[in-house]
Design a protein around this ligand. Structure first.
Ligand SMILES: O=C(O)CCC(=O)C(=O)O
Length: 263
């Protein structure tokens, strides 16, 4: 099985369908150079402050020579206004999450992930592994996206994916020939299902691979990133109603009430 590839302008329904079938899909040409530069500029001070993990510990989830920054809604207007509620992501999430979450879904994680020269391969994992209550195969809980700010190549740490693995039993291991690199040009986006085995690739090149990961989960599960703490009230007040809803600040049926007199 391969990773389906599309270009911007392909019908979102075709992309969502291929994603459901293969568990992953790449769409090229969705972020222009200006947007990619704005993201880099807005996040540059935060990236500069972020610690590069220098010493690799093979038992650790995050490989050495990588760098991450989260709380992107507080830190990048471009990510917030242009990517978080991107129409393509909305369509893909409407297709795969809304059937299990009738009152809506939410932003689960926002982060940059840089993979630097010398980084090892990350252990393959599933975004949904926090939700072990459900046996595999599970109802879809998460849809993930990785926006390529730089080119993603097999030699610079492009995300590794196992197409079809979102339909596998829990104990089925991927054979080496089933693990593919999601190579994509800068400006593309990769989607994958919460049950798809994946991880960052090893970087054997001299350049840093830079991606923005945005994942979405059913509105009734706990978010991986704590948006209530990562987005202060003053920033929340600046957000569009759509983004505010996606962050989980609106109630989901009876869940999430608060007392506005508590400042
Ligand atoms: O950076 C990547 O390509 C994937 C990262 C990932 O899956 C993770 O850190 O959980």
């Amino acid at each position: 099985m391969s990773i389906p590839q599309f270009s911007a302008g392909t019908s979102a329904s075709d992309i969502a369908e291929a994603l459901g079938e293969a568990g992953c899909a790449v769409v090229t040409g969705v972020m222009d150079a200006e947007l990619r530069q704005s993201i880099r500029d807005e996040l540059a001070p935060h990236m500069a402050n972020a610690r590069v993990i220098e010493d690799d510990d093979p038992r650790k989830f995050y490989p050495g020579r990588t760098r991450r920054v989260s709380a992107l809604v507080s830190r990048s207007a471009s990510v917030t206004d242009r990517l978080v509620a991107h129409p393509l992501s909305r369509h893909v999430c409407d297709t795969h999450l809304l059937p299990n979450s009738e009152h809506g879904y939410q932003l689960h994680v926002s982060a940059t992930i840089e993979v630097g020269p010398g980084a090892r391969e990350q252990v393959l994992h599933r975004e949904e592994s926090s939700f072990t209550f459900f046996p595999l195969p599970r109802p879809n809980i998460i849809v993930a996206s990785m926006w390529a700010v730089t080119e993603f190549r097999a030699d610079n740490g492009a995300t590794l994916l196992v197409p079809g693995s979102h339909k596998w039993p829990a104990d089925r291991k991927a054979r080496p020939d089933e693990i593919l690199s999601a190579e994509m040009p800068a400006g593309a986006v990769l989607f994958w299902m919460g049950g798809t085995l994946h991880g960052a690739g090893a970087n054997r090149s001299q350049d840093w691979r830079y991606g923005v990961i945005l994942t979405y989960s059913l509105g009734w599960v706990r978010q991986e990133e704590n948006q209530y703490l990562n987005v202060p009230r003053e920033r929340m007040a600046e957000l569009s109603p759509e983004v505010r809803r996606l962050l989980g600040f609106d109630m989901y049926a009876a869940l999430g009430f608060y007392d506005p007199t508590v400042a």
